[in-house]
Structures are given as C-alpha cells and as structure tokens.
Design a protein around this ligand. Structure first.
Ligand code: S3P
Length: 443
C-alpha cells in the first residue's frame, strides 16, 4: 500500500536535533562485529530497515546479535568462522548490505542465496562479482542481478584490484574477502571514496595500509586477519542531516543545529558545495568519535546562488544530489552538477527521478549526458505529485521542496523513508515543518 505524503510551505524551523546513526558505519559495525572474536558493543546504531536487514543476515550466518538497552551487541565468530544460512539472505532495499555481505560470503566456505526487494533486484551486482570471482567466488546464475546463489571459499586468492567505478561498496567487498586470504589484498581507487571500511578494519585490529600512488589511493589489508570485538559509537548520518539542513536553508527565518554529525571529508561534499552557494553553515564543537570526525552543524536560512559542482566531488556527496538539486531550484541562476553516471544505479535511476520530480514541480531542469543542470530562482511553483520509485532519498528531497514552494508537493509513497531515516517525519514536524498524509490513499 502506497503512503502518499504532502509537504506545505513551512517556517521558521528551529531547535537542536540529532539524526540517526550513519548508515554506512552501522552496516560495517554489524559485519565487522560478526567477523571478530568477542563482543562488539554498538551505540547509536541506525535502526532503519536497511541496517536491520544486515543484522538479521549476520545472525543467520551464526553471529549472536541482540539489543541491550539502547545498544546492540554482536558476538562474532571470527574471520572464516561464519556458517551457511538455512534460508535465503534477504537484504530488502539495501545495496550496501547485499554488496558488503558478498565479500563476507566470498571469504567463507559456504553457499548462500542473496536476494532483496524489486528495487535491489534491478541493481547491478557485476561490479562486485567481477573481483570476487577472481578471488574464488562461484556464482550459480549467469546474470548479475539478485537473487543469486553464491559459493565462497576458505582460501580466497589475494588480488590487486583497480576500481573501474568509484564505489566504496566494491572496495569494501574486496577488502572484506581479503581478510581470509593467504596474503595481501589491495584495492586501487583512482577517485577517493568513503573510507569507513579501512578506518574500522584498522580499529578492529586488521593490518590495513593506505598509500598514495600515481594511479590513486592504494588500500591493502593483510590476510589471515584476526579481528577483535570493539565498542563502536556511530555518529549521526550526514546524508540524513542533509535533508534537515536543506529544509532550514529554504524555510524562511530558520535556525537549527544538528548535533553529532559525521564530518569525515569523504562524505562532506554537499556541505562544501552549500558554502560555495553562499549558505550560512557552520561546524561547531568539532571532535573525534571513535576515529571519525564529528561536529554539530548549525544552519540558518539564506539566499543561495547557483554553482558548478565538479565531477571529482561526486563520490563525496553521491547520495546528496537529489537534495542538492532541490536546493538548486531555489538558487539564483544555473547549477551544473557533473559526473553523475553513478546516480543511475542507486535505489532508483536518481538522475531521471530527480529531473522528472523537478519538472513536475515547475522547475527548469535538464540532463545532458551525465550532467544535471537546474535553473533556479527564489520562487518555485511546486504543486506537483512526485514519483519516488522505491527511493527514500527521492522521497525526502521532494518533501523538502514543498516546504518552500508556492503550492504543496505530494510524494506518491513515503514508505521507503524508513529504509534509512524512520524518524524523519517526527523530527521534521518537531522542528516546525508541515507534513501531512495526502488526501485519498495511493494504490
Ligand atoms: C555506500 C557507498 C555508496 C553510497 C551508499 C553507501 C557504502 O555506494 O551510495 O549509500 O556504505 O559503502 P557506492 O559504493 O555504490 O558508490
């Protein structure tokens, strides 16, 4: 059943809030906890559908996973110690969960069927399977989409792999499989992608090296690794905070602070871009939290100007383009967002979905190759119904647009917001935003 939702012109938004834990770090803390010996205590885990699917999967592979008070505890089985699951491993909507877990299966002498929802079963898995097959993974089906039956090996072959696409998921899957290999496994990334895997593997005791080279960063991990259970405090997710920050920039007279947000430079391209557009955004109380930089982000409403966002910045803000495109609709002049090929293979074709949503709201947006060009101005009509295509970020981006457009904006389905940000509607409402179930019920 679709759950349509409408956002109305709102403001001012005010208050101090926290967003839920970072999705990337949450998945990794469960997976590395399962591969460690001893207990991993996770505080601030993102309790959203994507991450809960990963928790169920690591339990199905033999790790003990339990919630204790506000924390989650994982009792791991050691690298190579997971067992074959009884049934299929269902990752729901989560590409990160499915792809990182392929690296886990590749490094174990087990067979497993991996599957997911309709959106995930359309997404390309060949980018992961190619290097993992070189390491010894066998795949029963002759295709590169889920569901797939995989068989790993207890002796994966250590490889040197240069990423053909800037994907932290591919990098991570190869490094995870390499934990059980007899020798060093290396990934070369011509463009730096989010580095949580290398940071957290080192924190769990793996021997990880990161070195520059003329082909890009080389990240390598020593095989026959032993990981030890650790305490992980998950910082707030900058990709979720982006929607609150964007809402405050647009809803007249707003002043909000989002506390405890991850500001790892491999994730902050969105905030850098907003500053270039003239936004009043400050990092306050900058600190270190378990090896990751964290800050409180304060933002106040202000006029924005269009900018050119270079392709090289895309990996540091890949999930934020739908939100940025909505902000660009309100910015004076043209915003060019280059190098967006990867957006086509996210939870939906986000390049097409973003352009179509903007057009439905009366915004001048066009796609030229892999570039999205939005021509903005201070008045945006709104009034449209936006198709979200099972994509949480498309849903939240266009609700943001409706908070500042002349007419309300309806999204066809708010249900998928729960994959990454279940408290979104409550948090936005508490800040002062007007979001209401749409008249009538969708299909
Ligand atoms: C993620 C990497 C990114 C990002 C996704 C989370 C991760 O995907 O879009 O939401 O946690 O490694 P790619 O690796 O495909 O770029």
């Amino acid at each position: 059943m679709h759950q349509p939702l409408t956002s109305f012109k709102s403001g001012p938004l005010s208050g101090r809030v926290r967003v839920p834990g970072d999705k990337s770090i949450s998945h990794r803390s469960l997976i590395f906890g399962a591969l460690a010996t001893g207990t991993t205590r996770i505080s601030g885990l993102l309790e959203a559908e994507d991450v809960l699917a990963t928790a169920r999967v690591v339990a199905a592979l033999g790790a003990e996973v339990a919630r204790e008070g506000e924390d989650w505890l994982v009792r791991g089985r050691g690298v190579g110690g997971l067992r074959a699951p009884d049934g299929a491993l269902d990752f729901g909507n989560s590409g990160t969960g499915a792809r990182l877990m392929m690296g886990v299966v590749a490094g174990h002498d087990i067979a497993a069927v991996l599957t997911g929802d309709a959106s995930l079963c359309r997404r390309p898995m060949g980018r992961i399977l190619t290097p993992l097959k070189r390491m010894g993974l066998t795949v029963s089906e002759d295709r590169d989409t889920l569901p797939l039956r995989l068989r790993g090996t207890s002796e994966p072959i250590p490889i040197v792999y240069e990423l053909p696409v800037p994907s932290a998921q591919v990098k991570s899957a190869v490094l995870i499989a390499g934990l059980h290999a007899p020798g060093r496994t290396s990934v070369i990334e011509p463009e730096a992608t989010r580095d949580h895997t290398e940071r957290m593997l080192a924190y769990f005791g793996a021997e990880v090296a990161v070195e520059p080279s003329d082909r890009g960063r080389v990240i390598s991990v020593a095989g026959d690794a032993e990981l030890a259970g650790r305490a992980v405090a998950v910082p707030g997710d900058p990709s979720s905070a982006a929607f609150l920050v964007a809402a405050a920039l647009l809803a007249e007279g707003s002043d909000i602070t989002v506390e405890g947000v991850l500001v790892n430079p491999t994730r902050t391209g969105f905030y850098e871009t907003l500053r270039e557009m003239g936004a009043d955004i400050r990092y306050e109380n900058e600190r270190d939290q378990g090896g990751e930089p964290v800050a409180d982000i304060r933002v106040r409403t202000g006029a924005l100007a269009g900018v050119a966002v270079p392709a090289g910045r895309a990996p540091t803000m890949i999930d934020e383009y739908p939100c940025l495109a909505v902000l660009a609709a309100f910015a004076e002049g043209e915003t060019r967002m280059e190098g967006l090929a990867e957006l086509r293979v996210k939870e939906s074709d986000r390049l097409a979905a973003t352009a179509a949503g903007l057009a439905a709201c009366g915004v001048d947006a066009r796609i030229e190759g892999d570039t999205l060009i939005v021509t903005g101005g201070s008045r945006v009509g709104g009034g449209g119904t936006v198709a979200t295509h099972m994509d949480h970020r498309i849903a939240m981006a266009f609700l943001t647009l409706g908070l500042a457009s002349e007419r309300p904006v309806t999204i066809d389905d708010s249900g998928f917001i729960a994959t990454s940000f279940p408290s979104y509607i409550d948090l936005m409402t508490a800040l002062g935003a007007r979001l209401e179930p749409a008249e009538g019920n969708g299909a």
